[in-house]
Design a protein. Structure first.
Length: 212
């Protein structure tokens, strides 16, 4: 990414951090724009911030983040090698009995927020997008995406050369015993497949980012 694009990316981030395009702006603590290397060929996209992410302004923190970091590490990568963000930039939550809990975003909230992600991807121009969870895959790969049947498969995409989906770390954490180990192994495997696809895709065209 050249300096002009980097400055556009920073400008985009500043504008997103002040966004009031949907009602989630009223309950958020922080906008979670994304983090990592905007000059990467591999972007990971989740559904939206949860409690820890809202509190810190960072995507995938807490136990889910640690699981994701470990899966990246087992593939020889860290957050410095990828860019991590979400479809939604603010936490969708409801207050019940004085406590906030996560809820599904409404279609209107998702539609209001998607242009931020589209602009991020337009500047990053990734070769491969890895959707974390079925919700991101439904939006970015195809509407009827079935995570149980289609995770780990590559799709041609108009937002990157290829898109693939993996299980969401939060889903993996809800599994126990062998089911947890199996689900965790698929995340490591799918990140590895995405990394190898980047290497393949780079051979298809000569001018690409140089991190891999
Ligand atoms: S969720 Fe997206 S559209 Fe809604 S206020 Fe936050 S940044 Fe803006």
């Amino acid at each position: 990414m050249d300096s002009q694009k980097l400055s556009q990316f920073e400008d985009l981030k500043k504008r997103a951090q002040n966004c009031t395009k949907c009602p989630l702006s009223e309950t958020r603590s922080n906008v979670v724009f994304g983090e990592g290397n905007p000059d990467t060929p591999l972007v990971l996209v989740g559904e939206g911030p949860g409690e820890n992410e809202d509190a810190t302004g960072r995507p995938f923190v807490g136990r889910g983040g640690a699981l994701l970091d470990q899966a990246l590490k087992e593939n020889g990568m860290s957050r410095k090698h990828v860019y991590i963000c979400n479809i939604l930039k603010c936490r969708a939550c409801v207050t019940e009995f004085g406590k906030r809990r996560n809820r599904q975003p409404t279609p209107e909230e998702t539609a209001a927020c998607l242009p931020w992600l589209e602009q991020q991807l337009e500047l990053i121009k990734p070769l491969v997008i890895l959707c974390l969870g079925g919700v991101a895959a439904n939006i970015l790969i195809h509407r009827d995406f079935r995570i149980s049947q289609e995770r780990g498969k590559f799709f041609e995409s108009n937002i990157a050369r290829y898109a693939i989906a993996a299980l969401h770390p939060a889903y993996i954490l809800r599994q126990e015993g062998e089911a947890f180990e199996r689900a965790r192994a698929t995340l490591v495997e799918d990140i590895g497949a995405a990394r190898r696809k980047v290497i393949e895709a780079k051979k298809e065209t000569p001018v690409q980012p140089t991190l891999f």
